[in-house]
Write a protein that binds this ligand. Sequence first.
Ligand SMILES: [Zn+2]
Length: 92
Amino acid sequence: MVSKCANPECSAPFLYFHRGKLFRIDTEGRPDRRRNMGNENTSGRCLRRIEFYWLCDECALKMTLAFDKVSGVFVRPHVPVQAVKPAAVAAA
Ligand SMILES: [Zn+2]
């Protein structure tokens, strides 16, 4: 269960559902390479599972959560939509 902000550099504790932003991430298909530490109920048997992550108010303003099969869940800065330009322009 969520206990603190998902940003590793932030230590804000998760106290209220109405604060910050809650993310539900479906980690379907992620190869479970972590060894079972014995303190979790989630064995590697079921590859598909829903995980919850939370960003505090401060972090939710500046960043969001993303998931890929290689890195798992990670925090990344918000990319302002209007600032995104086609990558083709930079090519020589
Ligand atoms: Zn935070």
